[in-house]
Design a protein around this ligand. Sequence first.
Ligand SMILES: NC(=O)c1ccc[n+]([C@@H]2O[C@H](COP(=O)([O-])OP(=O)(O)OC[C@H]3O[C@@H](n4cnc5c(N)ncnc54)[C@H](OP(=O)(O)O)[C@@H]3O)[C@@H](O)[C@H]2O)c1
Length: 317
Amino acid sequence: MAIVGRIAVLNTGARIPLIGLGTAAVNQNEKDIKVAVTAALQVGYKHFDTARLYGSEHALGKALNSAFQNRLVSREDVFVTTKLKNTEHDDPVAAIKDSLMNLQQEYVDLFLIHWPIKLRTEIPLTPIKEEDFLPLDIRSTWQGMEQCMEMGLTKAIGVSNFSSKKVEDLMKYAKIPPAVDQVEMHPHWQQKKLRDYCNKHNIHVSAWSPLGSPNTPWGSNRVIDNPLIQEIAQKHGKTRAQVMLRWGLEQGVSVLPKSYNAGRISENFQVFDWSLTPDDHDKISKLEQRKIQQGEQFVNSTTSPYKTVEELWDGEI
Ligand SMILES: NC(=O)c1ccc[n+]([C@@H]2O[C@H](COP(=O)([O-])OP(=O)(O)OC[C@H]3O[C@@H](n4cnc5c(N)ncnc54)[C@H](OP(=O)(O)O)[C@@H]3O)[C@@H](O)[C@H]2O)c1
């Protein structure tokens, strides 16, 4: 898959900017999102990641529309991703229409199945009850995703949190192959197997939690606080976040750091005009591998399609 400067080319021919602003936050607030989106556009971000689950679609759309009106950027120049909620597998077309209404846009650039999980109800950051799991039929969900693309509601479709085994299964019946798999990826969870599979099949990988989600209830500070990352940052005169993001880019993936702080938004974009050394890569490749978000909330021994975390990830954990 072609990586050209600051973009990669998807299997649809569309260009995906390699740095995207993440928008998952515990407390979403329209003003914070507007400040973040404006700051991001000013320093050069062209890619914005949201999801129906995050509660950021409306404010993101509003901030983008105001930037379009002020001619800061045009719609064709930005790449917007949103995701199908776990409770919406029955009707992706209705779900994306709701997203587009929230975003106040005519189309998104990428629509992803958020998780290979189907639920009756879901409230972010609260435990999922046994009775909330529903039988999963990814094939029929994917047909709905394909319909979204055929109707012009999204320019590309893809998956998120799919193991290479799940992508391979999907490829057997997909009329439209997934353009992207968006997964947790950072120096402590490098996703080598999945990336090898996706590279071979022209599927772009996007890294969520590229900083390990420090200071969030779902993440950990152990990636950003790793002494090796600190040592490499010092050597290059860069920050630890910049080292992790540059590492992701040099693996050929796009990275989606979330920040609502103008200084950190700018810092996270200063990763294009320098590089890591082969020795840095060698050392980072030897770091202990431990996934932060294992998805325990999606596993149970009675009603979930996955009895264990190993089953959820098809042993790729
Ligand atoms: N597909 C999925 O299932 C999935 C799951 C999780 C996330 N995502 C997407 O991926 C995005 C990124 O993941 P994430 O938000 O979990 O984690 P992340 O981007 O790895 O980390 C975000 C955290 O890092 C802080 N931060 C940002 N830049 C920093 C810097 N330069 N130095 C120090 N701290 C910094 C942020 O705080 P401040 O805001 O205060 O800067 C925030 O607490 C999400 O926002 C979302 O769009 C997708």
